[in-house]
Design a protein around this ligand. Structure first.
Ligand code: ARG
Length: 462
C-alpha cells in the first residue's frame, strides 16, 4: 500500500494543531479494533447500497466505494494493509485507505452515518458470531461429558454436601449436573442474541438523520432482525456487552467449579480420578509430582472474566447519554473475555477426554460416612408406619451404635438393629447396599440408574 502523503486527521480543517504522539497513542484503538475489519467493510457496503437505493448517492459512486472496500478487504486478508496509528481506529483507517484508492468520491461513504452507530454495528455483528462459536464449543463439551456419563451409569460414588459424604450417587449423575450448567450457559448466550439482532446502523451520532435512509434494508442485508428504536439509547447502550460478559462469567464460573472438583478428586487424599500425563505438569524440584496445573488455571481464569465484567459495569456506571470515549474499551474487554473463555472450554474438553474415574476408590469412599442412613430412615417410614422425624431419630441411634462399634451400617446384623428398633426384620439389610440406594432414587431428576439412562438419551436428542 502506498504511503499516505497527507497524514492528516479527518477533523484537521477544524482542529488546526496536530495532537501530540502520546495523546494519539492514548486515544487510539486500532491495535484492538482492527479485529472488526470484516464487519466494518460489510457494514459499509450495506450502508452505501442503501444510500444508492434511496437515491442519496449515485450508482457510479456506490460502485466505486464497493470496489474500493472489496480491495481493502483483500489487502487486509493478505496482510498487505498498512494500519496507521495516526488514524485512531479501524473505521478511519479503512476510510482513509478508500480515499487513496478511489479518490474524493470516498467522501460519500460517511453520509448519514457516524462512527458511533458504525462501531456498534460492527461490534454486534462480531458478537453474534462469537456467541455462536462459544455455543458450538459448549456443545462439544456436553458431547464429551455425555460419552463419559454413558460409560459410568452404574459407577457409584458418594455425593457430597459440605464436602462430607452425604448420599450415594451415580458418577454419571454428577457429570450430568455439569451438562445442565453448560446448557444454561448456552441459553444465557442465546438470550443475548435478541439484542444482538437489533440493528444500530442509521442512528448516526445520536439523533438519527435527515437523509431518507432505509434502516430495514441494512437490517436485512446485515443479518439483523429489526432496527433499534431510539437513536440516543442506541449509541449509549452497551447492555449487550454486559450480557455477553456476564454470560462468559457464569460459564467460566461453572468451569472453575468442575476444575476445583477435579482438583479435589485428583488429590492424593481423595484419589477418585486419575489424570493422564497429557494434562498434568511436573515439579522443578519434586521428581515424583504430577500436578493438575491446567485445572488450576481453569479455576483461576474465572477471575479474569469477573474482572472484565466488573470493568465494563464500572465504565458504564453513571455515564450520561449518549456516546463517550469511555465506551471505546468495551471491545478490548470483550475480546479478552471471549478469547479466555474459548481457550478454557478447549482445555476443559482436553481434560475431560483425558481422565478416568477410579471406580474402586469411589466405592470405598462411598462406604464411609454411613451414607445409607437416609435410606434407612425412608425405609422405616415406608414399612413401619413412622413419621420421618421419628424414623430420623431411630436411624441416628443406629448410626451412633455403629460408630461406637466401629462398624459400617451394612456390617450390623439384625440382632444389633433390633436392640434399637425391635420392629425391624432381615428385609431391612438390603437398604445398606449402595447400588440399591442409588437405584431407588427414582423421583424425576433423581440419581436412579434408569433416570440417568433416560436423561442421557434425552440430552443426546436435543
Ligand atoms: N473508536 C471509537 C470507539 O470504539 C469509535 C467511535 C468513536 N466516536 C467518537 N465520537 N469518537 O468507541
Amino acid at each position: 500500500m502506498n504511503k499516505n502523503k497527507n497524514n492528516q486527521t479527518i477533523w484537521n480543517t477544524r482542529i488546526k494543531k496536530n495532537a501530540s504522539t502520546v495523546f494519539k497513542k492514548f486515544v487510539s484503538s486500532i491495535d484492538i479494533d482492527k479485529k472488526l475489519y470484516k464487519e466494518d467493510i460489510a457494514g459499509s457496503i450495506a450502508h452505501v447500497e442503501m444510500l444508492f437505493r434511496q437515491k442519496i448517492i449515485s450508482f457510479k459512486i456506490k460502485n466505486k466505494i464497493v470496489y474500493g472496500l472489496s480491495k481493502i478487504e483483500k489487502e487486509i486478508i493478505k496482510k498487505k494493509f498498512e494500519y496507521n496509528r495516526e488514524y485512531e481506529d479501524i473505521h478511519i483507517n479503512i476510510e482513509k485507505r478508500l480515499f487513496q484508492l478511489i479518490g474524493e468520491e470516498a467522501g460519500y461513504i460517511h453520509t448519514a452515518r457516524s462512527r458511533n452507530d458504525q462501531v456498534i454495528t460492527d461490534f454486534k455483528i462480531w458478537l453474534r458470531s462469537a456467541t455462536i462459536k462459544i455455543n458450538k464449543s459448549l456443545d462439544n463439551t456436553i458431547k464429551i461429558i455425555l460419552k463419559i456419563a454413558e460409560k459410568n451409569v452404574t459407577t457409584v460414588m458418594p455425593g457430597f454436601t459440605h464436602l462430607k459424604n452425604a448420599q450415594a450417587v451415580s458418577f454419571s449423575h454428577y457429570l450430568l449436573a455439569y451438562v445442565e450448567m453448560f446448557k444454561r450457559d448456552k441459553r444465557r448466550f442465546i438470550n443475548n442474541l435478541e439484542s444482538l439482532y437489533e440493528n444500530p446502523l442509521g442512528v448516526a451520532a445520536l439523533t438519527g438523520t435527515s437523509f431518507n435512509i432505509d434502516r430495514n434494508f441494512t437490517t436485512k442485508k446485515l443479518g439483523f432482525k429489526k432496527p433499534t428504536s431510539n437513536s440516543i439509547d442506541t449509541v449509549a447502550d452497551r447492555d449487550f456487552v454486559l450480557d455477553f460478559l456476564y454470560s462468559v462469567s457464569v460459564c467460566s464460573l461453572h468451569i472453575s467449579r468442575i476444575a476445583e472438583e477435579f482438583i479435589i478428586w485428583n488429590s492424593d487424599a481423595f484419589g477418585l480420578i486419575n489424570l493422564s500425563d497429557t494434562v498434568v505438569t511436573g515439579s522443578s524440584i519434586m521428581p515424583q509430582k504430577k500436578n493438575p496445573d491446567p485445572l488450576e488455571y481453569l479455576r483461576g481464569k474465572s477471575g479474569t472474566s469477573f474482572g472484565n465484567l466488573f470493568s465494563m459495569l464500572t465504565i458504564l456506571k453513571g455515564l450520561p447519554l449518549s456516546y463517550f470515549k469511555d465506551l471505546q474499551d468495551d471491545k478490548e474487554i470483550v475480546f479478552k473475555s471471549n478469547e479466555t473463555l474459548i481457550n478454557c472450554i478447549q482445555i476443559l474438553n482436553e481434560v475431560l477426554k483425558n481422565f478416568s474415574p477410579n471406580k474402586k476408590k469411589m466405592l470405598e469412599l462411598a462406604n464411609i460416612g454411613y451414607i445409607t442412613a437416609t435410606d434407612l430412615a425412608d425405609y422405616l417410614v415406608k414399612n413401619h408406619e413412622m413419621s420421618f422425624r421419628k424414623a430420623y431419630q431411630v436411624t441416628a441411634l443406629i448410626v451412633n451404635y455403629a460408630e461406637k462399634k466401629k462398624k459400617k451400617l451394612h456390617e450390623l446384623n439384625i440382632n444389633e438393629l433390633n436392640k434399637i428398633e425391635p420392629k425391624l426384620t432381615k428385609d431391612v439389610l438390603k437398604i445398606f447396599d449402595l447400588k440399591y440406594s442409588v437405584s431407588s432414587k427414582k423421583s424425576y431428576g433423581g440419581t436412579s440408574f434408569d433416570n440417568i439412562k433416560k436423561m442421557i438419551t434425552k440430552y443426546k436428542n436435543t
